[in-house]
Design a protein around this ligand. Sequence first.
Ligand SMILES: [Zn+2]
Length: 437
Amino acid sequence: MATLNIHIKGVSIMSLKSKAPLLSIATSILLALFIAQASAKPNSVETNEDYSMSIYPELLELRRDLFKHPEASGEEKRTSSIAANYLRDLGLEVKTNIGGYGVVGILEGSKDGKHIAWRSDMDAAKFEFGEHENHNAAHVCGHDVHTTIGLGIAKTLSQKAKNLPGTVYFLFQPAEESQQGAKAMINDGLFDMIQPDEIYAAHVGPMPTGVIFTSTGNLFSHSRYINIEFTGTGDAEALSEMVNAMMASVTRVKSPDQFTNLLNTSDPKLGLGNPETIYQDYVLFGGRPNVKNSDNKLVLSAELFTSEHQDIELVMDNLEQQIRVSKFADRFSSIQALHEREGVNNNAELVRQTSHLIKSSYGDDAIQDNFGQVPFASEDFGHFQKTVPGVYFFIGTANAEKGNVAFPHMPNFEVDEMVIHHGVSRFSSLIEHRLQQ
Ligand SMILES: [Zn+2]
């Protein structure tokens, strides 16, 4: 809630009322004009909730335009230029082409204070299924919504910049899907340009619309490609069978059938909102090992997902021990873990403080604890969190009545667009509060 503005509104109305009987007619007319003008600027008197609703039609149009023009990782030319122009129109200083098509908008408050960054990702996902109006990508992960929410927050906060301390940085990141964009922006000097004290981001998910979920640490599984190399190219099938059986022997999943149906991540009993969720304490591979035959060697690889980081090493040690006592021990060359995905690393103290802020502004149900780690998915937001403490949130966009129940990247993924209003309102309030801490 915009506590600061409510306070100002109360003071100004009271003082005007008490002085009015003593004023000349001319002054009264001038005052009437002033009041009329002031009320024509809803931003100065309304809460973020109301302001976000007032710009919702404009944001809806913006989101639908982005949705119709999806751009794959590294190709976000149009999307980034829309974001940059929108920020310029708000009067922000704008930097472009950071690590590809990355954009940063800088909103200065009226006095010194904290520096808070809000990151939105812009890219669409490369095609995994079906046709989509001749595009090679589609917004099946909701980054069109994230971009819209980021711009909506920028508009909401820019209306009240005169009353805000500090600085807000709006980051529009390219290439999240390819897990390259965060690193690219940082390597291109992002943190020489800006020095945020805290960084935040949100991703839409299959929980009820507007409800925010988060927790300390990683919200995603840790994952690596495990490559196992053998000399010689014979017995490929037998080796594949053996390694597959070894992978099965280290697998640890509660309710395997339910686990792989990712819609269960939002199930009240099985899902991430329940302390007893099945999406915790797990180790599993993404499928049978893929066998590559080259240079007189066989390389077997499969993707490993674990809820805990330390399980990666334990799994590799276990597999190596099993191979070393197997009938193919003589041909074993190496086992390696490749392609680390960063995930997120939420700061415990900021999770505690931001959860408290959202609850006190929007009620206890507005934010809930996330238990467990989403499998088969990741993020590159953690690259920013290596330098700047921050929190990554999920925000629900599922509305059973409207039939919006899908999980990102599923063929039937569809958002309840009201998430834009809730996201703009709730996260504007969050940033506003954090600037004043
Ligand atoms: Zn995504």
